[in-house]
Design a binder for this molecule. Structure first.
Ligand SMILES: [Fe+2]
Ligand SMILES: [Fe+2]
Length: 326
């Protein structure tokens, strides 16, 4: 769908000129002769960007801008002031009010299009980042709530995600692939919601029934997320993070490249965190001891190529100062 731009300008010749330029560049336009008319237009149709003159009869550009920013659903519409006056007080006032841009008339074709496009792009990027952040915080909240049921694993999900990201970055992965790791890491143990708390918190060895319960969590987790389209790409991590490279893992017993590569990464991060955390059934290892332990298991538990990436990632930071999940 083409983007719609609302042009608010009292001079009809100028208004037509702006319309022509923008329509020539593939935008749809809406027009108004002053702020009040613009508000009337916006009551029925929302533009993707507003271009408004400052001095106009009935309602000037500053007052109009104030009204636009008052409404929550209009708050995110990019706003560019347009004025014949190039005097500083006006420009400063516009900027203080928080308008994104300020164009001085007469506006040149390229200048106008560049300003409009860059405002639109920035807005789109912001919307994507905000959406991603809200997904991330909701999923993290869910994962942390599940994790709280197990007293040994506080912070596990976040650490596993950070370690996994550090390994994947060594492989030079794109942002999109790193996103799969990020969300997959956060979600990898969601299936534990179905493991009884008595099993999770048990201090002695687990009996067969309890083991069976634990071994189901990857599959249960994968079933939990399967209806959410956005989370489909994370299925591999959730479902296969306890498989081993030699095929002796659980619950499916698949091996080698049958295991999705993202799951082979998370498996290393998951073990690294488990063996460096306090558990009652065994003493924890230091980071450097765990680093050697992971290498010892290359080829049986873990994919040797992923272990190489892990080694490089570890050597860089020793996993001590990884950025927190924001
Ligand atoms: Fe797990
Ligand atoms: Fe885990």
């Amino acid at each position: 769908m083409e983007d719609t731009i609302l042009i608010v300008e009292d001079n009809p010749t100028l208004r037509e000129g702006l319309c022509e330029i923008l329509e020539f560049e593939g935008f749809s336009t809406l027009t108004a002769g002053n702020g009040q008319e613009a508000l009337d237009v916006m009551a029925t149709q929302l533009p993707n960007l507003i271009l408004a003159d400052i001095s106009m009869p009935v309602m000037d550009g500053f007052e109009f801008f104030g009204h636009v920013r008052e409404r929550e659903d209009w708050l995110k519409i990019p706003f560019i002031f347009l004025s014949a006056r190039s005097d500083k007080p006006d420009i400063l006032k516009g900027k203080k009010l928080g308008a994104e841009d300020y164009l001085v008339k007469p506006v040149d074709h390229d200048e106008l299009i560049t300003a409009v496009r860059s405002r639109m792009e920035r807005n789109e990027q912001l919307a994507i980042v905000q959406l991603r952040d809200s997904y991330q915080s909701s999923l993290l909240m869910l994962a942390n709530a599940i994790e709280l049921r197990d007293r040994y694993t506080r912070g596990h999900v976040e650490r596993v995600t950070m370690y996994s990201l550090a390994i994947a970055e060594e492989l030079g992965w794109s942002q999109d692939r790193l996103e799969i790791i990020r969300f997959g890491g956060i979600l990898h143990d969601v299936g534990k919601i179905h493991v009884r708390e008595t099993t999770l918190r048990k201090t002695g060895p687990l009996d067969d029934k309890e083991w069976a319960e634990i071994r189901q969590h990857p599959q249960i987790g994968a079933d939990m997320i399967k209806e959410v389209a956005y989370l489909k790409p994370m299925d591999g991590i959730v479902r296969y993070h306890h498989e081993r490279f030699d095929g002796k893992g659980y619950p499916y017993g698949i091996g080698g490249s049958e295991i999705p590569i993202e799951a082979r990464i998370v498996a290393i991060a998951d073990s690294f965190d488990a063996i460096t955390s306090n558990r009652t059934y065994r003493p924890k290892l230091t980071f450097d001891e765990a680093y050697l332990e992971i290498q010892n298991c290359a080829g049986d538990r873990y994919d040797p190529e992923m272990v190489d990436a892990f080694k490089q990632a570890y050597m860089k930071t020793r996993f001590a100062q990884l950025p927190k999940l924001s």
